[in-house]
Design a protein around this ligand. Structure first.
Ligand SMILES: Cc1ncc(C[n+]2csc(CCOP(=O)(O)OP(=O)(O)O)c2C)c(N)n1
Ligand SMILES: [Mg+2]
Length: 327
């Protein structure tokens, strides 16, 4: 791999941070610190990290209900994320949004979204704003395979194709929408073929290969930045756990899950870095300890933070952004 050691190590570290954040959140939910739903992205770390690594800091993303990885990949702070999950006033949304609404406008994160495909029109709107202002900024709309069957995707893709907006439609195809396999929701094998109907290219990439995702997104970002319009990038991947934490998962076989675990994006990248001499055992131990310390601190911070005061219940809920900031 012809990339710098620091770049490759950063990809690895970020994927590990996403994985460990998710595992810790699941643990803390069971332990009672976190109320509400969690949709973990364990197994899908390479799509979030690879795609965001291809962006400039002024670029923006729109996330989904499975959004923790997107936030971390775009620079989100685990302590504010953990506090938000724990419904504490120090969290990203003051403890009122939880997993499905985490947002950090300063980092260019338009927000997680409880509405399937809900982030896509927002992303296209942001891309239109960038185009109209003459800014060479790019937007990535993350969404799942299920979202491709929503009207919101098609309306947004049509407009983006027509106006050549600087947006990347990034489908994290984990082969299931809740418990429905892809072949029961769509008559095509590659969802990226949908892009042809809207006049822009669609590409398929191994969504468990962080470098392949990075390269595909970088090419899409270059195309968007130069005014040529959108690209649909489809990363084929898999979630190791259920649709949500607690899902009985009766719709997948153990064999299928095991087969995908053999293609774990973090384990395979770990081996690749070892084999190519990019990092050694000591380097990995140091990264591990660093990530662990970050998450310990995040949990301590969240647990020590107060819950939102009752008299602030309407603050930040209606018609205002954080401090009224504009992207
Ligand atoms: C508009 C809308 N329809 C249905 C739901 C219920 N729902 C939540 S997640 C989900 C599945 C989404 O599947 P996909 O887009 O593939 O994302 P994944 O969960 O696999 O990451 C559904 C149907 C919803 N939240 N919003
Ligand atoms: Mg899916």
């Amino acid at each position: 791999m012809s990339y710098s050691t620091s770049f490759l190590i950063d990809l690895y570290r970020r994927m590990l941070l996403v994985r460990r954040f998710e595992m810790r959140a699941i643990h803390e939910r069971r332990a009672g610190l976190i109320p509400g739903f969690i949709h973990s992205c364990v197994g899908q770390e390479a799509t979030a990290v690879g795609a965001c690594a291809a962006l400039e800091s002024s670029d923006v993303i729109a996330s989904t209900h499975r959004g923790h990885g997107h936030l971390i990949a775009k620079g989100g702070e685990p302590r504010y994320m953990m506090a938000e999950l724990a419904a504490r006033s120090t969290g990203y949304c003051g403890g009122k949004g939880g997993s499905l609404h985490m947002t950090d406008f300063d980092l260019g994160i338009l927000g997680a979204n409880g509405i399937v495909a809900g982030g896509i029109p927002m992303a296209v709107g942001a891309a239109l704003a960038f185009q109209q202002r003459g800014e060479r900024r790019v937007v990535v709309a993350f969404f799942g395979d299920g979202a491709v069957n929503e009207g919101a995707f098609h309306e947004a893709a049509n407009l983006a194709g027509l106006w050549k907006l600087p947006v990347i439609f990034f489908c994290e195809n984990n082969l299931y929408g809740e418990g429905t396999p892809q072949h029961k929701q769509a008559p095509v094998a590659d969802l990226s073929v949908r892009a042809a109907g809207y006049g822009f290219p669609g590409v398929v990439v191994d969504g468990n290969d962080v470098v392949a995702v990075y390269e595909a997104t970088l090419a899409a970002a270059a195309r968007a930045r130069s005014g040529d319009g959108p690209t649909f990038v489809e990363g084929k991947t898999y979630r190791h756990f259920g649709h949500y934490e607690g899902d009985p998962m009766v719709y997948r076989t153990k064999e299928e899950i095991e087969a995908w675990k053999q293609r774990d994006p973090i384990v395979s990248f770990h081996h690749r870095l070892l084999d190519e001499g990019v990092a050694n055992k000591d380097d990995f131990a140091a990264i591990d300890a660093d990530v662990q310390a970050l998450l310990d601190e995040a949990v301590t911070f969240a647990a020590a933070s107060p819950k939102p005061a009752p008299d602030t219940v309407l603050e930040g809920v209606y018609g205002e952004t954080h401090g009224g900031r504009v992207f």
